[in-house]
Design a protein around this ligand. Structure first.
Ligand SMILES: C[S@@+](CC[C@H](N)C(=O)[O-])C[C@H]1O[C@@H](n2cnc3c(N)ncnc32)[C@H](O)[C@@H]1O
Length: 295
């Protein structure tokens, strides 16, 4: 199934298919940013999809051909963000190093969120890992700023030189922001969250907004090959980026429609082509039959 929606100068290209199929259609060095919230290897059945098992050979079998394709289609100025958690991040890091090269490992974002405490004989998981790789050192990077914590003693204050070799503190409004670091505290989408659509493992828009603002510009092409409910597509629409992406689960399209990403008929190319093939075959048989008859 394919939906291509034109928005002003830009477009959203949404598909329901295996991501290898979609990536095979994309030309080399054409995508500015890839963000994928991948399969975490929990082995769980989330209802919307079945996760991979935490077995290294299975993880590598699934990801190696896909990560190679991601490398092929990424522009030399592009970046790739892969989101996962503690279960497979060590294997994925080695795999990404093999394909992108250790020198192109840019950083790891820790997305930290609070949760209701659950009783278990282990520390409660409260963060995801987002690995960032680039293809070259010439990647797009728009610095982001965030509000300083309320506890910060530097809030609204700055040390300035007095001119006679000493320094003094002045009070200012301009210093309430600080450069965004690699630990991000953003709320998890709980059951009451306004933007929640009920898709298993749906991610908050705020998280994806930061990534897209940092590593792409207006008019750039952003891809998400594990799109789920198409959160990335909605953020791209809001931020005037072009989008291409897919999910293997048809329920993803229902969620994309709820987001208002399209409102026209969805067509299924595979079935349409089979339908026309059948029609032409019938037509051929009829012509053959009538031409062969004695009138
Ligand atoms: C962690 S979820 C993504 C959730 C998404 N970030 C959101 O906000 O809704 C991973 C998604 O990958 C999809 N998926 C798994 N294997 C796939 C494949 N081979 N091709 C495309 N999508 C796949 C699953 O159906 C699932 O929706």
């Amino acid at each position: 199934m394919i939906v291509k929606e034109k928005i002003g100068e830009g477009f959203l290209d949404l598909r329901i298919c295996d991501n290898l199929e979609l990536m095979a259609e994309i030309k080399d060095n054409t995508v500015d940013l890839i963000y994928c919230d991948i399969l975490y290897g929990t082995g769980k059945d989330f209802g919307d999809y079945q996760d991979l098992k935490p077995i290294r050979s299975e993880i590598e079998k699934h990801y190696m051909p896909r990560v190679k394709e991601m490398y092929r289609i990424l522009k030399p100025t592009g970046s790739i963000y892969l989101q996962m958690d503690f279960r497979i991040n060590h294997w994925m890091r080695c795999l990404m190093d093999n394909v992108f090269g250790y020198d192109n490992f840019l950083n790891e974002i820790i997305w930290w969120y609070r949760r209701f405490p659950a009783k278990q004989k282990n520390y409660q998981a409260q963060h995801d890992n987002i690995m960032i790789y680039t293809k070259t050192k010439h990647h797009t990077y728009n610095e982001q700023w965030t509000e300083k914590s309320k506890k910060s003693s530097k809030l609204g204050k700055r040390l300035v030189d007095t001119g006679n070799g000493t320094r003094t503190t002045i009070f200012t409004n301009e210093e309430t922001k600080t450069r965004l670091g690699n630990v991000w505290e953003i709320s998890f989408l709980n059951s009451q969250a306004k933007e929640r659509l009920g898709y298993a493992t749906q991610k908050p828009k705020e998280l994806i907004e930061r990534i897209i603002k940092t590593s792409s510009n207006e008019g750039d092409l952003v891809a998400d090959f594990y799109a789920g409910s198409f959160t990335t597509a909605e953020v791209c629409k809001d931020l005037k980026r072009n989008f291409i992406g897919c999910d293997i689960n048809p329920n993803g399209f229902a969620k994309a429609k709820e987001r208002g990403l399209f409102n026209f008929i969805v067509y299924n190319v595979k079935y349409m082509s089979r339908f026309f093939y059948g029609l032409y075959l019938m037509l051929g048989i009829c012509i053959f039959y009538f031409l062969g008859r004695d009138f």
